[in-house]
Design a protein around this ligand. Structure first.
Ligand code: BDR
Ligand code: CA
Length: 312
């Protein structure tokens, strides 16, 4: 199985992705690393520990990640209005006791990649600060990781923070640039595809009583569904993070286009992701030249994807 580290800010859709991963024989989850975003970092750590307990996987280490972006800014925007103040849709489940493993998230990623060169996949479901810090710590890390699959970006569609930016890239645009410019094997699953992957209210209800975690997931998803009703006028939720997990196991669910990716770091379009399509009309040099090709998901078999997520 694929050795998987999940970097996460749980979070309702993160919870779906994590529990799906624990239910998937194709991957061995070797650790969770926490990040701010939907909730502050410390709460992300607690929630990740709770999800491991729920899955009966207390053996999986949870390592706490960064509290600030690379620029040193404390998180500007916690998405409690999407995921509830507890990150679990205000269901306030009993949080599991237990401590995070020692060390930082970045150190953990570096250590795992050094112990298992070529075998570790990082699934990044939040701002990319931890992954960027890991790349700073070990200049050879990029070659040791098998793949990094990121839930992030908005290329040919609006963002979800503002017209320009998707939330995870917006959370630390400088970190995203580090990750996209250094990794030879980076895969982006962004809003271009996840806004096509809707799980209906009926399907959410149908999870109750199914498997070990169906009722928990149904319950925590109610608040998230309420947000989608109000913000998008739909009786369904977007399956963001679990779609990125699906790309770890079955990239064939998506259509991929490659090209260097740059992130805007200043101004109104801060957090916008822009892909080099290699057009012949671009004579002369530009900032995309020399960037490693990033695989960007631009098409998806959404019906099959949502069914796949539900099954897990
Ligand atoms: C991403 O932002 C977070 O709120 C979600 O969990 C997902 O990772 C969507 O833009
Ligand atoms: Ca997330």
């Amino acid at each position: 199985p694929i050795k998987l580290i999940i970097d996460t800010d749980p979070g309702v859709d993160d919870s779906m992705a994590i529990l799906a991963a624990f239910n998937s024989p194709e991957v061995e989850v070797i650790g969770l690393t926490s990040m701010y975003g939907n909730v502050p970092t410390r709460m992300a750590t607690r929630n990740a520990i709770t999800l491991c307990h729920l899955a009966g996987r207390q053996d999986v280490p949870v390592v706490e990640g960064a509290h600030k972006s690379l620029r040193g800014a404390a998180k500007e925007r916690i998405a409690d209005f999407v995921h509830g103040t507890d990150g679990f849709g205000n269901t306030a489940p009993q949080l599991a006791a237990g401590d995070p493993a020692p060390g930082s998230a970045a150190e953990f990623i570096v250590r795992m990649a050094s112990q298992h060169p070529g075998e570790v996949v990082v699934l990044a479901l939040a701002a990319l600060t931890n992954v960027a810090l890991a790349l700073h710590l070990d200049p050879c890390l990029a070659e040791k990781l098998a793949r990094v699959v990121v839930l992030g970006g908005a290329f040919y569609c609006n963002g979800n923070v503002n017209p320009a930016a998707e939330a995870n890239v917006f959370g630390d645009p400088e970190a995203a640039n580090v990750v996209f410019s250094r990794l030879p094997n980076c895969w982006l699953v962004g809003l271009d595809v996840t806004h096509k992957c809707c799980m209906s209210a009926g399907a959410i209800e149908g999870m109750a009583g199914r498997g070990r975690h169906g009722t928990f997931l149904r319950d925590i998803t109610q608040f998230y569904l309420g947000y989608h009703r109000q913000a998008y006028k739909m009786e369904a939720v977007y399956v963001h993070d679990a779609a990125a997990f699906a790309a770890v196991v079955d990239p064939g669910l998506f259509e991929w286009q490659q090209g260097g990716v740059l992130v805007v770091t200043e101004g109104p379009a801060k957090g916008r992701t822009i892909r080099d399509e290699g057009k012949k009309e671009w004579v002369g040099s530009n900032d995309w030249q020399g960037l490693p090709p990033v695989q960007v998901a631009l098409g998806v078999d959404s019906q099959r994807l949502v069914a796949w997520v539900l099954e897990r």
